[in-house]
Write a protein that binds this ligand. Sequence first.
Ligand code: PLP
Length: 469
Amino acid sequence: MKYYDKLIFELSKPGRCGYTLPENEYGIHLKELPAELKRSKAPELPEVSEVDVVRHYTNLSQMNFGVDTGFYPLGSCTMKYNPKINEEVAAMPGFTGLHPLQPEKTVQGVKAVYEAMDKALAEITGLSHFTFLPCAGAHGELTGLMLIRQYHMARGDEKRTKIIVPDSAHGTNPASAAVCGLEIVEVKSKANGLVDVEDLKPLLGDDIAGIMMTNPNTLGLFEREIGEIAKLVHACGGLLYYDGANMNPMLGMVRPGDMGFDVMHINLHKTFSTPHGGGGPGAGPVGVAEHLVKFLPETVVSGFHGNFGVILRAYAYILMLGRQNLKYAGMFSVLSANYIKESLKDCYKLPIQSVCKHEFVFDGLVNDGSKEGVEGATTLDVAKRLLDFGYHAPTIYFPLLFHQALMIEPTETESKETIDGFIEVMRKIAAEAAEDPSFLKSAPHCAPITRPDETTAARQPILRYHKEI
Ligand SMILES: *Cc1c(COP(=O)(O)O)cnc(C)c1O
């Protein structure tokens, strides 16, 4: 056992400490605390030296994987490089020292940031105005769907309680719709991964509030029939909701507003860079077309004015790229994904051959090493083995359309050398699988932990030390 495998409580030695306070030299004595406020027992804190504490936390930080430690090709999550200048801007004392209840005349700079972001996002998306209240993509979805409901209710059109969601949709789409009290109607994808317009047609009617779409969809494919879909949905009285969580490939190329979408959210923390592992922080501003501006919420969906730090980072990112360079973010994210796809498709099954956008999906290994009586290596095994080489795993077993889905999103911010390194390792893993799948089945071999029971780890995580255990 390495010494830093120990919990800080296990490093504790009675009487050891990091600092001692000097004797009270001034003869000033504070009043004794009243007895009822005093502890009856000393707190059970670990007794360790300063260097123990520093090493403990530094070592803990290295047991984790982050975008600052390695390549993180997690599909549908856009884990990209976050320029440090964004952090500096967000940490400026003029911003961090603000109080949300300050008089308006003292926060004109902040208002200018919101207005500039509203303008920038309107230009990027082709919509009219945005609310910056929602603090995540899913939060934006809920806000946008509530807004759609409100639009129908305001016209006295109360029976529109159904929302159409493609079978390839991100899991938050049906979840947000359910939270909003909408009934979910699934529309199927065709074999080429695109929404099946023939399957959509019979679903449309006067009970449809709208459709939620991701474009490019979660398979990384551009929905080429979006014009036709928009026409059909609008003709039945429904609205189009755009899940713009990962807008990278579209930047400067295509705009949701021009495709016919009425409402959208955009994940600033994915598309415009903000460190967002582990569930936060985020910002999911919701934009609407002109005819829906009056339904934008002023308040209620979140406290005060949303997640300003994330909005600032996104603003810094947009300004840094500028109008002329924003489109390269889109182009490079698409180029990187296609380069990986083409470089690996002889070792990994590629169910959809067409050009992808910012991400794509493999469906397991071409040769998984299975033989008579020997089970082959799965997508989970590949993902676990990648950790040994210092790469975060891609998204696995999503979307649900494929049994061995391995969804890769390199983003626009990785160099060719980094991407080539990843391709080489993916090829090596494929060769290992073909030779002896059992080696992959026991991976990772070099990570701090091997394979936890992921359901228990997610549902009943043990986040606190219990001394008795
Ligand atoms: C990440 C993502 C979401 C959800 O965003 P959160 O900020 O995690 O709530 C929704 N849709 C798609 C396509 C996504 O990739």
